[in-house]
Design a protein around this ligand. Structure first.
Ligand code: AMP
Ligand code: ZN
Length: 308
């Protein structure tokens, strides 16, 4: 087992180093935090537009939020119960001149300087769909709501895997409505998501998955999530051929967000919600992994799909 893990680790770091050597990724010295060159950004942008196009026939409302949400939003969402280990809160300096001098001294002496930083009203967005639920508190129209949202997200999971980022872009289609509408919508996106991956020539498959809930109680939540098939993932090889990575997730939240954010259907019952999240950097990385580092040499039909 250890040998397999070591081999996968070697594959991941090799792929990461090669991406940096090719100039596609710009290393920052922090695990899971990269800059991108013009071509990689262009590829991400093309994938992003494909995700928009995939949902266009349903005429979603488009919403865009900055990569921070209110402290109140994360408190209401239940994220701190389930994923405190991933959460990131924004703090800011609020001291006087003396505290400032002390701050600079600590920086100079390479000591921890964060003590002088007080909590702000914002935390880093953990998933693109969270601000949507916060915005839609109240009663839904009869047909529910459908939203296309994209945002940078933060999750504190530093890793040597270039596909496991601390800050990444997630483009989601989010549906809110009654239970039947949500179940049907969630199921219908499986075929669409598989078609999306296959159009990009990715060696992808669908799997039943679970979220990495915190702690012992989290293991029970994860087991129940799997039993009810509430989370499906489209996985594809990225850094390691043997350990494919989730590029798209199809999440059914039942009435969790409806209850937490006070969102009701027209008959007054808590709304059900589901979302389909596309990891934009992951999909771009999967393309480079599958078709090679030279984008100009990618198969013609793949270039056609991406408009290259
Ligand atoms: P989730 O909200 O966990 O269902 O994630 C939705 C999608 O975001 C996943 O299918 C991935 O494509 C992407 N994603 C999640 N975590 C990361 C990460 N640490 N780095 C890059 N992409 C991620
Ligand atoms: Zn979501």
């Amino acid at each position: 087992m250890l040998v397999i893990e070591e081999a996968a680790r070697a594959e991941r770091t090799h792929f990461r180093d090669e991406l940096v050597r090719q100039g596609l990724l710009v290393a920052t010295g922090v695990a899971g935090l990269f800059g991108y060159n013009e071509e990689f950004e262009d590829t991400v942008g093309r994938v992003d537009r494909q995700v928009t196009a995939l949902g266009q026939a349903d005429h979603p409302e488009v919403m865009r939020f900055p990569p921070t949400i209110s402290r109140a939003c994360i408190e209401r969402s239940g994220y701190l119960e389930s994923f405190p280990h991933f959460a990131g809160a924004v703090r800011s300096f609020d001291g006087d001149a003396r505290a400032h001098r002390s701050l600079l001294r600590r920086v100079e002496e390479e000591q921890d300087w964060s003590a002088g930083f007080a909590p702000t009203d914002v935390v880093l967005t953990p998933a693109a769909c969270y601000p949507v639920y916060d915005a839609l508190t109240g009663t839904l129209p009869d047909e529910g709501r459908l939203v296309d949202v994209m945002s940078y997200c933060f999750r504190h999971e530093p890793s040597d895997d270039p596909a496991r980022l601390q800050t990444f872009r997630m483009h989601e289609h989010v549906r809110l409505g009654d239970e039947t509408a949500i179940r049907t919508w969630h199921a219908s996106w499986l075929t669409r998501a598989q078609g999306f991956a296959s159009d990009l020539g990715l060696d992808a498959r669908a799997v039943v998955a679970s979220d990495p809930f915190f702690g012992r109680a989290g293991q029970l939540l994860a087991a129940s999530q799997r039993d009810q098939r509430l989370k499906l993932e489209i996985v594809a090889p990225i850094a390691s051929a043997g350990c494919p990575t989730a590029i798209i997730s199809l999440n059914c939240h039942q009435d969790h967000f409806g209850k937490s954010f006070g969102i009701q259907t027209a008959d007054g019952s808590p709304a059900h919600t589901a979302c389909v999240g596309f990891g934009l950097e992951r999909i771009a990385l999967a393309l480079y992994s599958r078709h090679g580092f030279r984008r100009s040499a990618w198969p013609r039909h793949i270039c056609g799909v991406l408009g290259l």
